[in-house]
Design a protein around this ligand. Structure first.
Ligand code: KIV
Ligand code: ZN
Length: 401
C-alpha cells in the first residue's frame, strides 16, 4: 500500500494568519508535538521574513532529529540563502522554493514574463539542489494557471532537481473534480517517474480544502500539505486531523496509509490552542468539543447500545479522553441514568423518573445541565423521599398509638 506523506505547515502557512504568530520557543514546543504526531515534514517557517524567523527555523532544524524540516523561499537569491542558512543544522533538510505560475500573479504581482518565470524556477531550484539534498518546488496559484504553462514549469523544476512538485490551490478556488484532474494531467505529462512526488496544498476559502486534498490523493498525490486545526491564510489550510482521520476511516476507499499517530491528534490540537490562545469551534470535525458529544435522546440511546450507531471515529483512537453525554432538553432517561452511574450514583426507577422530570424543567431554562445540577437533583429527590418516608412512618405510628 502506498504511503501519503504529511507535510505540516502549521509553523509557516498557519503562523502567517492573523493571531497565530509564534515565538521561537513556541515553534520549538509545537515542532516536538508534530514530531510525536508522526508528520513526515515540518515546515518551520519563512526564514527571509526576519532575523527572528530565521533564528526560529534554525532552532527547529537543530532540535528535530527524526523528522524532515523544511524552510520556504521565493525563487530569488536572498530567500534561498536565508532558507539554506536556517536549514544548516537540520538532520534531514528540505528547501522549499516557490514561484507563482498563473498569469494573474505573474503580471499583476511579480511583473514577470512566463520565460522569466521559467528561468527563475530553473536557476533557484538548481542552486538549492547544489546545497540541499532535497528540494520541493511549489507553483503558487497552480489551480488558476494555464495548464500548458504549469506543465512547463513542473518540467523545468524537475529537470533542475526538485523531487517534490507541489500544486497549490492558493486561493481555495478549485473543486475536487478540477483539482484531481490537474494532478492526472501533471502525472501523465511527467510519466510514472518514481522519483517525483506530487503534492497537494489546499486553502479553505470555499470550505473545500480537505475534499480537494483527498481528490488529489485519489489522483496520485503522495504528499498532502496541511495544518493542525486547519489554521492558515484567510479561511485556513486543509486540516491535518481531518485528512489523517479521513484516510484512516476510509482506508479501503483511498487505498493508502499514513505515518500519522492518530492517538496524538487531540493533544497536538490542544497544544496549538494553548500556544496561540485561540480555540477551535465546538463543531470542528475530530477535535471540536462537540465532535464526540451527544445530547439527543435517540442518539444517546443508540450510542449506549452500540457506539457505531452514531460515531464513525472512536474518541480514544484520536486521543480524545472520552465521549460526552450532554444532558439537555433533547436527552433521554437512559443517558441520564448512565450519567448518574458515572457520577457514582445507582438510581432507582422512581428516583430516575423524579430527576428526569426536574431535569427537563431545568433544561427548558438552561442550555445545558451540568454535573453539579444533576447532583443537586438526586440529592433533592433523595431528601424528599426520606421526608415522605418519615412522615408516613409518623402517621402509621400515630395511628397505632
Ligand atoms: O498557498 C500557497 O500557494 C503557498 C505556497 C507558498 C506553497 O502557501
Ligand atoms: Zn498556502
Amino acid at each position: 500500500m502506498d504511503t501519503v506523506r504529511f507535510f505540516d505547515t502549521t509553523l509557516r502557512d498557519g503562523e502567517q494568519s492573523p493571531g497565530f504568530s509564534m515565538t521561537r520557543e513556541e515553534k520549538l514546543a509545537l515542532a516536538s508535538k508534530l514530531e510525536a504526531l508522526g508528520v513526515d515534514v515540518i515546515e518551520a517557517g519563512f526564514p527571509v521574513a526576519s532575523a527572528g524567523e530565521l533564528e526560529a527555523v534554525r532552532a527547529v532544524a537543530a532540535a528535530i532529529r527524526g523528522t524532515r524540516v523544511a524552510a520556504l523561499a521565493r525563487a530569488r537569491r536572498e530567500d534561498v540563502e536565508a532558507a539554506l542558512m536556517a536549514l544548516e543544522p537540520a538532520a534531514m533538510p528540505r528547501l522549499h522554493v516557490f514561484l507563482a505560475t498563473s498569469d494573474l500573479h505573474l503580471q499583476a504581482k511579480l511583473r514577470m514574463t512566463r520565460r522569466e518565470a521559467l528561468e527563475a524556477i530553473g536557476r533557484w531550484v538548481r542552486h538549492g539542489k547544489e546545497r540541499c539534498a532535497e528540494v520541493e518546488f511549489s507553483a503558487e496559484d497552480a489551480s488558476r494557471s494555464d495548464i500548458r504553462f504549469l506543465l512547463e514549469a513542473m518540467e523545468t523544476a524537475a529537470e533542475a532537481g526538485a523531487t517534490i512538485l507541489n500544486l497549490p490551490d492558493t486561493v481555495g478556488f478549485s473543486t475536487p473534480e478540477e483539482y484531481g484532474a490537474m494532478f492526472h494531467r501533471v502525472r501523465g505529462h511527467l510519466g510514472r517517474s518514481e522519483e517525483i512526488i506530487l503534492s497537494a496544498h489546499c486553502h479553505n476559502d470555499l470550505g473545500l480544502a480537505v475534499a480537494n486534498s483527498l481528490a488529489a490523493v485519489r489522483a496520485g498525490a503522495r504528499q498532502v500539505e496541511c495544518t493542525i486545526n486547519g489554521i492558515g491564510e484567510r479561511a485556513g489550510n486543509a486540516s491535518l486531523e481531518e485528512l489523517a482521520v479521513a484516510l484512516a476511516v476510509r482506508q479501503s476507499f483511498f487505498g493508502v496509509q499514513t505515518n500519522i499517530r492518530l492517538e496524538e491528534i487531540y493533544s497536538a490540537s490542544r497544544a496549538l490552542c494553548d500556544v496561540t490562545g485561540i480555540s477551535v469551534p465546538p463543531n470542528k470535525a475530530v477535535v471540536g468539543a462537540n465532535a464526540f458529544a451527544h445530547e439527543a435522546g435517540i442518539h444517546q440511546d443508540g450510542i449506549l447500545k452500540n457506539p457505531l450507531t452514531y460515531e464513525i471515529i472512536r474518541p480514544e483512537a484520536v486521543g480524545v479522553p472520552s465521549r460526552r453525554m450532554v444532558v439537555g432538553k433533547h436527552s433521554g432517561r437512559n443517558a441520564l441514568r448512565t450519567r448518574f452511574t458515572e457520577l457514582g450514583y445507582t438510581v432507582s426507577d422512581a428516583e430516575l423518573a423524579q430527576c428526569y422530570r426536574a431535569a427537563m424543567e431545568l433544561a427548558d431554562a438552561a442550555k445545558e445541565i451540568t454535573d453539579r445540577d444533576l447532583l443537586t437533583l438526586i440529592h433533592h429527590a433523595r431528601r424528599q423521599n426520606r421526608h415522605a418516608e418519615t412522615s408516613v412512618d409518623a402517621t402509621v405510628a400515630m395511628g397505632e398509638a
